[in-house]
Design a protein around this ligand. Sequence first.
Ligand code: HEC
Length: 144
Amino acid sequence: MKKALILSVMLVFSLFAVSSAFAGGKCPQPRKTKAAPGSVAKKDKTGSADAANGKKLYHKTAKPMACKMCHGDKGDGGGKLGKALKPKPRNFTCAETMKKVSAGQMFHIIKNGSPGTGMAAHGKTLKDKEIWDVIKYIRSTFVK
Ligand code: HEC
């Protein structure tokens, strides 16, 4: 009787471990993306940006596709399309990795893309202002 109880507790714990392993991206997460030039990395125009518009872009309207398709609904890199990619899309919820990623760094990569990864350039499909909007949304919602 006692043995059965111990076994079922172990089963529940292992199921939990498996499901949380699939729930989101790794943390700390390896980064293939190169550093933006220093002057760009220090830029930050999120002060006057519109997070609500950024939310719309992230989840729906960004072209060629919504950011969530790869970076996930929860910003953890667990989007449908991200699963097949190597390297994996950035897990914005990973504080340890994101402390190395400034707003200006994000701007540079969203605009110009990250060569050698699935991260495409959005400089032709998003205006600079829209890029700052989506950065503000990501940093205020997912980054801890
Ligand atoms: C097709 C999948 C895909 C889509 C769509 C996508 N990304 Fe990415 N993104 C990636 C991958 C892959 C990386 C590179 C991860 C790495 O460096 O190891 C990345 C990297 C990034 C980085 C770089 C962070 C750093 O480490 O410097 C930012 C910022 C980012 N994405 C934001 C966005 C935003 C905002 C959108 C929507 C406008 C978007 N991404 C759309 C796959 C995607």
